[in-house]
Design a protein around this ligand. Sequence first.
Ligand code: NAD
Ligand code: DAU
Length: 353
Amino acid sequence: MILVTGGAGFIGANFVLDWLSVHDEPVVNLDKLTYAGNLHNLASLQGDARHVFVQGDIGDSALLTELLQKHQPRAVVNFAAESHVDRSIHGPEDFIQTNIVGSFRLLEAVRAYWNGLDATPKQDFRFLHVSTDEVYGSLDAQAPAFTEEHLYQPNSPYSASKAASDHLVRAWHHTYGLPVLTTNCSNNYGPLHFPEKLIPLMIVNALAGKPLPIYGDGMQVRDWLYVKDHCSAIRRVLEAGRLGETYNVGGWNEKPNVDIVHHVCSLLDELRPRADGQSYREQISYVKDRPGHDRRYAIDARKLERELGWKPAETFESGIRKTVQWYLENPQWVAQVQSGAYRDWVQTQYANA
Ligand code: NAD
Ligand code: DAU
């Protein structure tokens, strides 16, 4: 079996669902269930013996040791993190605790477990760390996309904490020989995306008749990847990645934020037209910029394609259509995640925008 951390969040839950749709290998899913973790994401696995959910913290060494001994996983895939840049600006402490201290505790527990394995399982064991393109910092408009050799130049508390965790993973390989793999992925989108992030926020605000807040001039560029393509990349790296290597994962879909918002509005205009016949674009509102806002990210994913034969299956057009359709078909999921805590966050972030 494999141990997944953070498997009740956006990408982790998509990964667990994807894994169990193509494998019968069981998953132990360790998740703290922060505001971003949601067991409803895994509702379709209720009663499925291949999925064991454990609520807990990757910073809890005793719990980690117990889980590793009990379940004897052949691999650990680490998704658990605080993941929202804006929240990291308002309150970096949780990011330091989970992304740095938590990753350290996880590495230490895994190292002890791995050291105790017999020769064959020890040789076959893998620790896969899921990271981000944000560790590389911001690109000028004409600069080539990030390769795996790009300098680490993180600019936000979030990206600095992820960069720190990447360095720990690297060091645990070089110093202790832990068999690690790291993936650095661009912006994901798709089903189960928490509506504090750009794409799901625009969909749910549009449908609720609320403003669509674009930061600054909206010309910041992100490189969008459909979440299921990220999941297939992680499966492939886990299966065949070279030990100690990092692999960039991206969709070759660089787009400015305004284009993304316009695209979402056009799809909603087609699929759920406004009662007054106007476009959802009428709801766009330019608000103050994110402090330290990175201008552009772009991923060069050729290493993953060359070495492991991975390519994204979705274009942006096909993936965003599926995503908008999913939100239209799942209003109860949206209502359920928009709890009191969610409303508090929206008030804090956008009140004086
Ligand atoms: P998310 O915020 O939706 O989910 C994070 C999950 O981790 C939640 O279920 C949460 O409860 C859990 N968690 C948080 N702290 C924990 C702790 N201390 N112990 C155990 N569980 C904890 O995040 P996501 O968007 O699914 O991102 C998953 C991973 O992928 C993160 O490591 C993130 O840095 C990385 N990543 C995300 C993107 C993206 O576009 N969302 C892109 C590249 C990489
Ligand atoms: O690049 C990978 C990263 O992508 C991941 O590591 C992070 O976990 C993930 O949250 C995401 O970070 P971003 O900051 O790029 O995502 P977010 O959806 O918050 O913002 C995307 C862009 O949209 C960014 O330029 C800021 C802008 N934005 C965002 C929000 C929430 C707006 O203009 N308005 C908004 O209300």
